[in-house]
Design a binder for this molecule. Structure first.
Ligand code: HEM
Length: 542
């Protein structure tokens, strides 16, 4: 019996080297727990031959379990610190041992600030996990996602499993095929149909803002209504009417609370997946389920009712659903359509809302830039998307807001391909998770002059303030760039030009300007802190 603890330690070491060091385990949490419980029960049964008393058996079992886990975790720690192929890379020692350390550091959803500190302390190429390198280099976006990239998506993209979509898939072929349908739904031809409908939603937004008079407008609330309405109109051909009725849809609350759960766990996705599978539907797990349910149900009813005479994105997703009837099972097609709905609702509503919050903060803080935009947009017909796209200061404001408040602040994790990744003569081996936080790159001193300052002119009349344009990728890059970019930019320009044609903006009396920055959270998408503004009708003629 005395030899059993030694055997248990050896079993822990063997489990590490023989099993857990190989392959991916994030989808197998319940199986790992179940197999260890079975093993524990079998060991208890074996021990009961030597001792009749239950307490004695359980006591011995606890010793063996501790020895096993001790062997397993000691082996992991020693291997990761001294023998792992990334052990030569600089970075926090605890990060090299376990990703849980990183999760703990960003428990309040401040991964963007954590990454900033990591860069300042360790430099350009940092080991931020047992098998993870974070790159703070302008070439990184292209290396990760450029057209010649060999990378695959990291395990994070399994988060809506068993559902999939063009974004939430790690299968290159599924991504390529799915991307075609998204591209059709977001093509310039489809955009011609959406644009007048989005314009009338922006007019409704302007009316809604007018109803506040000289009272403060909670920008998050109003932009959430508006962006949800746009998502409904473009995705499902349906008006949710939130801006008009000034009611927050429950889907928005579920989305925000669900993303708050996914944010800090983004770097240890197995915890979230385990929670979704094992925990009862309470709290944020319930929000996650309800968010998914809302998207699924809505897409399903759109499928059943057919279109209502308007072009919408759903029609392309339904076409994909129908086209794959002979090649995929119904269950697989249902799961793909559901995953696509979740992707479209989050990508289509939450990203633009985040930028708009940032834009209004900057315009209230720097009224001289609002005035410059007003001088440009006055006299321009917002129905003419090309005319708005040609206004330099308006676009400079958009780009600066996207640079300083990128809606996707971190994330976009990839796994290096068979040749690894060469960066500044440093080879990152194959099969390593690599990441490049946009928030940090968008503010690096080596890439931008006065990196933390809001200077829209750097995008047109003062190009010398941009030292390396490769460091700007709010919509990602290359083969995986955002397919909604044109729609998003057209929508953002419309909102800012119509509202600034109608109103002057300033911070609400008593509003603490630091709130937006102090309470900013990185939760898959950026969640800026509260911004309260007052919009007063313009006195000057347009
Ligand atoms: C300002 C608004 C937006 C920003 C900053 C933005 C940013 C991004 C980023 C960074 C990615 C890469 C994500 C990743 O690889 O994990 C992405 C992908 C994507 N976005 Fe957007 N997005 C915006 C709006 C939209 C909108 C409105 C839609 C459509 C309704 C959309 C649809 C997509 C799609 C389909 C992809 C996946 C592309 C692919 O993987 O091939 N986005 N977006």
């Amino acid at each position: 019996m005395a030899h059993l603890p030694i055997l248990a330690i050896a079993a822990g070491v063997a489990a590490h080297h023989g099993v857990f060091r190989h392959g991916e385990w994030h989808l197998h949490g319940p199986h790992i727990i179940a197999s260890h419980l079975v093993l524990g029960a079998a060991t208890a049964y074996y021990l009961s031959y030597f001792d009749d008393a239950l307490t004695a058996v359980l006591g011995r079992l606890a010793v063996l379990a501790t020895a096993y886990l001790g062997g397993l975790f000691s082996s992991m720690t020693i291997y990761r610190l001294y023998f792992h192929r990334l052990s030569r890379f600089r970075g926090p020692r605890l990060a090299a041992i376990t990703k849980l350390w990183h999760v703990w550091q960003v428990k309040d959803s401040t991964n963007y600030l954590f990454q900033q500190k990591i860069y300042e302390k360790y430099g350009t190429i940092v080991r931020t996990g047992p098998n993870e390198i974070t790159i703070f280099h302008p070439a990184a976006f292209d290396l990760l996602d450029g057209f010649k990239n060999e990378t695959t998506r990291d395990v994070w993209y399994d988060i809506v499993r068993p559902r999939t979509s063009a974004i939430f898939t790690r299968d290159k072929m599924e991504h390529k095929v799915g991307r075609k349908f998204w591209a059709q739904g977001l093509s310039s031809q489809a955009m011609n149909d959406y644009y007048p409908r989005i314009t009338s939603l922006v007019r409704e937004l302007s009316r809604c803002i007018g109803t506040f008079g000289d009272n403060p407008v909670d920008i998050d609330q109003v932009m959430s209504w508006y962006s949800w309405d746009v998502m409904g109109e473009v995705l499902f051909g349906e008006d949710f009417n939130l801006t008009k009725s000034r009611v927050t849809h429950p889907g928005i609350k579920h989305r925000d609370r669900a993303l708050a759960l996914a944010g800090p766990l983004g770097d240890a996705i197995w915890i979230a997946l385990l929670g979704f599978q094992l925990l009862p539907p309470v709290g944020r797990v319930n929000d996650w389920r309800r968010m998914i349910q809302f998207c699924e149900d809505h897409m399903k009813s759109r499928l059943e009712r057919g279109d209502n005479g308007k072009t919408d994105m759903a029609q392309y997703f339904i076409e994909e659903y129908q086209n794959t009837a002979t090649t995929k099972t119904k269950k697989a097609r249902d799961l793909h359509l559901a995953g696509t709905a979740v992707t479209a609702v989050v990508a289509g509503s939450d990203t633009t809302r985040a930028v708009l919050i940032g834009v209004w903060w900057f315009l209230a803080k720097y009224p001289e830039h609002a005035k410059k935009v007003q001088a440009e947009v006055d006299g321009v017909d917002p129905n003419d998307a090309n005319a708005l796209a040609a206004l330099p200061h308006l676009n400079g404001v958009m780009n600066e807001a996207l640079r300083l408040v990128p809606p996707v602040m971190t994330g976009g994790n990839r796994i290096t391909g068979p040749s690894g990744m060469l960066i500044d003569d440093v080879l990152i081996p194959p099969g390593v998770k690599v990441t490049c936080p946009k928030y940090v790159l968008h503010r690096m001193e080596s890439m931008w002059v006065q990196p933390n300052d809001f200077i829209p002119e750097r995008w047109y009349s003062r190009p010398e303030l941009i030292l390396d344009k490769r460091a700007f990728a709010p919509f990602s890059a290359g083969a995986r760039y955002c397919l909604g970019k044109n729609m998003a930019m057209n929508g953002l320009r419309l909102v800012v030009s119509i509202i600034l044609q109608d109103y002057d903006v300033s911070f609400a009396p008593g509003y603490d300007e630091e709130t937006m920055w102090r309470d900013m959270r990185d939760q898959v998408t950026c969640q800026p802190g509260a911004v309260h503004c007052v919009f007063l009708p313009r006195k000057s003629a347009k």
